[in-house]
Ligand binder design. Structure first.
Ligand SMILES: Cc1cc2nc3c(=O)[nH]c(=O)nc-3n(C[C@H](O)[C@H](O)[C@H](O)COP(=O)(O)OP(=O)(O)OC[C@H]3O[C@@H](n4cnc5c(N)ncnc54)[C@H](O)[C@@H]3O)c2cc1C
Ligand SMILES: Cc1ncc(C[n+]2csc(CCOP(=O)(O)OP(=O)(O)O)c2C)c(N)n1
Length: 578
């Protein structure tokens, strides 16, 4: 019997090395799920909302470096993929989305569930094509996979349900494919130009990002030659921070003052594989050299003196012999000293605080950091969990940290953990979930149970959309629409067969975390934390200061003096920002 197009697709995916498909079925996708069932070698990771499938595939791709696949049915089914795919697209991870579509004969008639996926997915993909006739497959599939892998991005193939079920001619099958790993570096003249600027600089600072992956040794050797402090952008944390005597922390709104000062005080800034997005944190006077694998990234965030195209690993290896070792380490020493001071302040904030309640979230994350496995994979929600992850989780070259850092979507922690745990069943996966974030994707707690994923979730129950409250304060707006009337998340977990425990006292935290981490299945630890852990940016502009005092005035006027007292108390111990 002839194979169906869907069966040929599954065979091609398998040949290309795909191990899992994340998704949720529907009539239009039946041909594909049936082909998966018949084949039986590619795992179907069944989620409860297609958005989760896309986030999970993105995490899988980020962690494995290989193509990951998600699939959804027509219309509303694949519309749900979109937010997750935007995240994958922004994070530049290789993901293929299979978007099933309405019957081909009905396209253009405003048929039941009709949308136009090629338009809808255009903005969140590098390739998006419909397979209108069976003969287009598997060439379109191959192009899609090669695009996703080689551009490290999202490709979408739109498949009408009837085409999936159509007989396939005995066309070519897609062969195994791996990411190309070419050597990419600037030409000799460009390298000499960069070396000239760096050798002439007296105070060079490095800003490194996710492009420093696999270049730890080269990065440290460059910093040693230039005697430069290394600031990192958030997505670079997992690759840069560990075993790094030049580390001066992160910069940005939730960063450290030491990161900010290291950049503001330098005369040459060397940007390595970063798209750090906040222009106001770039130095005002320094020369800037930016190196990026993608030339179109250069000069986006600040004016650069010299832009070079290359991989960080290959470029630094070629640049190093051209650098003169600097004699003076005054700049480096001053910035490292500054960072040490900042860190001491942070450690103080993470103390148990004589068992006072509500707990400081910093204390919780410090404990997680101490108790988690050496090769744990952490995911954190957008909101205050991102702040605590950035500051209190220590990386070591084996641990990983993921979040929706560039797209900035709430509720990614559990979905990304689903991808992480599916790809690495033997590793410990820990989420730092917001109470708002967990609730937004609550349905997929059931996925942990169904897929038997032993994910450990730590939920920061602060009864609020706390990060938004912080932003409102900074903008001089009275908090409104941010309250969360939460149930007990621990009880909720228990009700669905997940180990759940609520922790209110700092003294109970360690035991609760140990038990959860030691539980064979999924576990949820709900921690009741302080709502107002204010984090002021290292460089507070006049506008922000004005906004902040305005918030206080408005709050008094609106009769919320008690909140100010709470805030003032919290502020008293917030000595981290000079
Ligand atoms: C609530 C919240 C608050 C945040 N606050 C901060 C903050 O205060 N500070 C902060 O830093 N971030 C913050 N972020 C994250 C921020 O939005 C960005 O995602 C982050 O700064 C980008 O990090 P990056 O430059 O390392 O990664 P990316 O933006 O992914 O940039 C990586 C760059 O490296 C290039 N590249 C990739 N591979 C290579 C290679 N092999 N060689 C050369 N180049 C390569 C890419 O083309 C890209 O240009 C926050 C996020 C959230 C959700
Ligand atoms: C999908 C989505 N909706 C809204 C926002 C705006 N937003 C950013 S952080 C945040 C609050 C997150 O709340 P929670 O998960 O409870 O974490 P908290 O900051 O309270 O710790 C909101 C609403 C967003 N980033 N993404």
């Amino acid at each position: 019997m002839a194979k169906t197009i869907a069966e040929l697709m599954v065979e091609s995916l398998k040949n290309a090395g795909v191990k899992r498909v994340y998704g949720l079925p529907g009539d239009s996708l039946n041909g594909f799920t049936e082909a998966l069932r018949k084949d039986g070698t590619i795992e179907w990771v069944h989620v409860r909302n297609e958005e989760v499938a896309a986030f999970a595939a993105g995490a899988d791709a980020h962690l494995t470096g290989s193509l990951a696949v998600c699939a959804a049915s027509c219309g509303p089914g694949n519309l749900h993929l979109i937010n997750g795919l935007f995240d994958c697209h922004r994070s530049r991870v290789p993901v293929l989305a299979i978007a099933a579509h309405i019957p081909s004969a009905e396209i253009g008639t405003n048929y039941f569930q009709e949308t136009h996926p090629q338009n809808l997915f255009k903005e969140c993909s590098d390739y998006c094509e419909m397979v209108g006739v069976p003969e287009q497959m598997p060439r379109v599939l191959e192009i899609a996979m090669r695009t996703a892998i080689n551009l490290s991005g999202v490709a979408v193939i739109v498949m009408p349900g009837d085409v999936l079920l159509h007989d396939a001619s005995d066309g070519h099958r897609v062969l195994p494919m791996k990411s190309a790993r070419p050597i990419v570096r600037p030409n000799d003249e460009e390298l000499r130009e960069a070396a000239e600027i760096l050798n002439a600089g007296e105070k060079v600072t490095i800003l490194g990002g996710a492009g420093c992956k696999d270049a730890h040794a080269e990065l440290l050797a460059t910093a040693a030659a230039l005697q430069s402090p290394i600031v990192h952008a958030l997505r670079g944390k997992e690759y840069i921070e560990y075993d790094n005597p030049f580390d001066v922390g992160m910069t940005g709104l939730i960063g450290f003052s030491s990161g900010y000062h290291s950049m503001e005080d330098c005369d040459v800034l060397l940007m390595l594989g970063t798209d750090f997005p906040y222009p106001q944190f770039f130095p005002t006077k320094a020369k800037v050299i930016q190196i990026d694998l993608r030339g179109n990234q250069i000069g986006r965030r600040t004016t650069v003196t010299l832009g070079l195209v290359g991989s960080i690993k290959d470029t630094l290896a070629a640049l190093l012999p051209l650098l003169n070792k600097k004699d003076s380490h005054i700049h480096l020493d001053a910035m490292v000293k500054d960072y040490k001071k900042v860190r001491e302040g942070l450690e103080e904030l993470a103390g148990a605080d004589e068992n006072k309640t509500p707990m400081h979230p910093q204390y919780v994350v410090r404990k997680i950091d101490q108790l988690a496995a050496d090769d744990a994979i952490f995911t954190c929600d957008v909101g205050t969990p991102t702040i605590w992850a950035a500051r209190y989780l220590s990386m070591n070259g084996r641990r990983r940290l993921l979040g929706s850092f560039s797209h900035g979507s709430m509720a990614s922690a559990v979905p990304q953990a689903i991808g992480a745990q599916s790809a690495f069943p033997g590793r410990q996966v820990v989420t730092l979930s917001g109470d708002g974030g967990l609730a937004m994707m609550l349905g997929d707690l059931l996925t942990l149970r169904q897929q038997k994923l032993p994910i450990k979730m730590v939920v920061f129950n602060n009864g609020a959309l706390a990060f938004v409250e912080l932003e409102m304060k900074a903008a001089g707006i009275v908090n409104y629409a941010t309250d969360l009337d939460n149930p007990s998340f621990a009880a909720l977990a228990n009700a669905i067969g997940i180990h759940g425990v609520r922790v209110e006292q700092p003294n109970d935290l360690e035991n609760a975390l140990r038990t959860a981490f030691g539980t064979p299945g999924p576990a949820l630890v709900e921690v009741m934390v302080n709502r107002q852990e204010l984090s002021m940016p290292p460089n507070i502009s006049l506008g922000q200061m004005k906004g902040f005092s305005l918030w206080m005035a408005k709050s008094v006027l609106s009769g919320r003096g008690d909140e100010i007292i709470d805030l003032a108390k919290t502020n008293l111990i917030q000595r981290i920002f000079s």
